[in-house]
Design a protein around this ligand. Structure first.
Ligand code: M6R
Length: 608
């Protein structure tokens, strides 16, 4: 949550334009307010206000600030109202030290009290502002010419909580100071310019050489050099070259990132399923060694984990398997020991709830496999085996291509396990694998193309509704849960998903004529019972939308059926979510909302 960018360059360019462009690429992380600060001729210049970048930029001309060093921030409010004072950057009393921060400083009230007693004047209600004042206070102890890094290190030692911090000082006009703990921060390296940002797409246009700052590391950037240390010891930076292209982080003619990302699913699946078989075999061995397995994730990634859970359950039968929403991990802590394997699923690889769960699991020496999209992010680094989805950068807040890529990767893993436990011989395994790898991208493309217009038409029909239900049974429930999450998070139509059989135990009470009910019903063992649930809803006048397959009786009992080809059961959590992603997208657009930036949400959730 919150997007940070900092740039220092020896070229004669003003960095504010680059900072503003980078902030636009980070806007998915928060968009309550925005601000930019630069150092120009030894003086700090700051502009900030509430609202989205383009509007604030138009009002204040953020991109016209002068100076070859600067920092920027796009905010998702935690401490303090959404107002101009609380917008980042924040400064010390004299306006020499400027800071932007992502995370939460847990001891800020105590620090603020002490600093106020020492005469510091605070301009905002944020936790972040204490960092600038602490730096001011620490520098008082040092010779004005001594290196500021020592004061910065003392500041970092004093703060508790989670943080990605970038700080600049008007008297050190080439240096950016960085620190990170549990909130992401990556460094971009170009010969004459160095970048620090919350996420790689922020500077992808300028460089593909990336250094991921690790927890507990402190760094300084100057136009020519990157210096990193941890616990007082120098760390040799290891840049990696990112294969993502600058274009992959742009809309490329689509009106929104979400629509572009929906259409990118065939290629995301193709790339993801092209994974090195040795990594999958290693993961399968680890799974088979474990006494119990816990899927740990949040939101859409949790729904992918649920699909994995059902696949694994079918194969591993009596092996204890659990599915845990990461923010609830404490409730399951009694299950976690050295014989436990956690499968952590996370697009960003930075979700704090998941990281906290993994932190606790590591203390018990549990094993960890992760499924993540962002290379070298925190969650893969906490794992013994990191499996990567190759979906490319996902900018829309609502996860689409990364979700189906996660499901595909877990399906690939399930197939390997099925082979390794002897349920599939090598010929059957190779056949199924071939089908998965070739069919998933093809069928996905076909379904998107055949159903996009229908999804748009249906969205127009239901866009004036306030509620919707999504029903399914058994292993199809994750599809209903994900469909409901997509619709509610971007169109703000209240959407609830539950096992179809539960409706008569309460939810059906509010069904009235035209109430939209989405029925997920493939041609499988759930079909008959889903038909009964459909009839119960129809009897109350519900408007039945079905996601079903050719030949299913439900088609004629539906007001609006999406009729998909009957596919491999492994593929259903991928294929059957596609019309619902498009329905959510077009419902949001029809209702006049920006699907890429739903209110109150951020792409990467780095607070508990
Ligand atoms: O980065 P992660 O996959 O760990 O994020 C988890 C959730 O925050 C995320 O899936 C969220 O639910 C999305 N907004 C869903 O579209």
């Amino acid at each position: 949550m919150c997007g940070i960018i900092a740039i220092t360059t020896s070229s004669k360019t003003n960095v504010s334009k680059m900072i503003t462009d980078s902030l636009k690429k980070l806007e998915y992380r928060g968009y309550d307010s925005v601000g930019v600060a630069t150092i120009n001729n030894g003086k700090i210049e700051i502009l900030k206000d509430i609202g989205m970048i383009d509007k604030v930029n138009k009002r204040l001309s953020l991109e016209n600030l002068r100076g070859t060093i600067g920092i920027g921030h796009t905010r998702w409010a935690t401490h303090g109202a959404i107002n101009q004072e609380n917008a980042h950057p924040h400064s010390d009393c004299k306006g020499n030290i400027i800071v932007v921060h992502n995370g939460i400083i847990e001891n800020y009230l105590d620090l603020k009290k002490t600093l106020k007693e020492k005469g510091h004047f605070f301009s905002s209600e944020t936790d972040s502002e204490v960092i600038a004042h602490l730096m001011e206070e620490e520098l008082k102890q040092d010779n004005p010419n001594s290196s500021k890094i020592n004061a910065f290190k003392r500041v970092i030692n004093k703060i508790e909580g989670t943080y990605a911090i970038t700080l600049i000082h008007s008297k050190d006009p080439e240096t950016i100071f960085l620190a990170r703990k549990d909130s992401p921060l990556v460094i971009g390296v170009r010969e004459d310019t160095k970048f620090a940002a919350s996420d790689i797409p922020a500077f992808l246009e300028y460089t593909k050489q990336v250094i991921v700052l690790k927890n507990g590391e402190i760094a300084t950037l100057t136009p020519q050099a990157v210096y990193i240390e941890k616990n007082g010891f120098r760390v040799q930076p290891k840049p990696v070259i990112i294969s993502w292209t600058a274009e992959s982080a742009q809309k490329s003619g689509y009106p929104h990132f979400m629509l572009k990302e929906i259409h990118e699913q065939p290629i995301a699946l193709k790339n993801t399923l092209n994974i090195d078989p040795r990594v999958i075999e290693k993961a399968s061995n680890k799974i088979l060694e474990a006494e119990r397995i816990i899927f740990l994730a949040c939101g859409t990634s949790y729904h992918a984990g649920l699909s994995g859970y059902h696949q694994f359950q079918r194969i591993l039968k009596k092996r204890p398997l659990y599915k845990v929403i990461a923010s609830e991990y404490e409730t399951y802590s009694h299950l976690i020991d050295e014989d436990t394997l956690i499968i952590a699923v996370s697009q960003s690889g930075e979700t704090l709830d998941v990281m906290k769960g993994l932190g606790a699991a590591r203390k018990t020496r549990a094993s960890i496999i992760s499924v993540a999209n962002v290379i070298d992010s925190s969650i893969p680094r906490l794992s013994q085996i990191a499996l990567y989805t190759k979906a490319g950068p996902e900018i829309g807040v609502a996860a689409t291509k990364t979700h189906t890529a996660q499901v595909a990767l877990l399906a690939r893993l399930a197939l390997q396990i099925e082979h390794d436990v002897g349920l599939l011989n090598t010929t059957e395994f190779n056949e199924n694998l071939g089908t998965l790898v070739t069919e998933a991208p093809q069928i996905t493309r076909t379904i998107i193309n055949q159903n996009e217009f229908k999804a748009k038409e249906l969205a127009a029909k239901i866009s004036n509704q306030n509620h919707a239900y999504f029903l399914a049974r058994g292993y199809n429930l994750p599809i209903a849960l994900e469909g409901a999450l997509k619709l509610k998070e971007i169109s703000y139509i209240h959407a609830e998903a539950f096992p179809a059989g539960e409706s008569k135990h309460g939810p059906i009470a509010i069904v009235e004529p035209d109430f939209p009910v989405v029925i997920i019903s493939p041609n499988d063992w759930t079909a008959k019972k889903m038909l009964s649930s459909t009839e119960e809803m129809r009897a109350r006048g519900a408007y039945i939308i079905s996601v079903t397959e050719e030949g299913h009786n439900i088609i004629e009992r539906s007001d609006y059926p999406f009729i998909l080809p009957t596919s491999l059961s492994l593929l259903r959590p991928i294929t059957h979510i596609l019309p619902l992603q498009m329905l959510a997208y077009y419902a949001a657009v029809k209702r006049g909302f920006d699907p890429d930036k739903p209110k109150n949400l951020a792409k990467t959730v780095t607070v508990e």
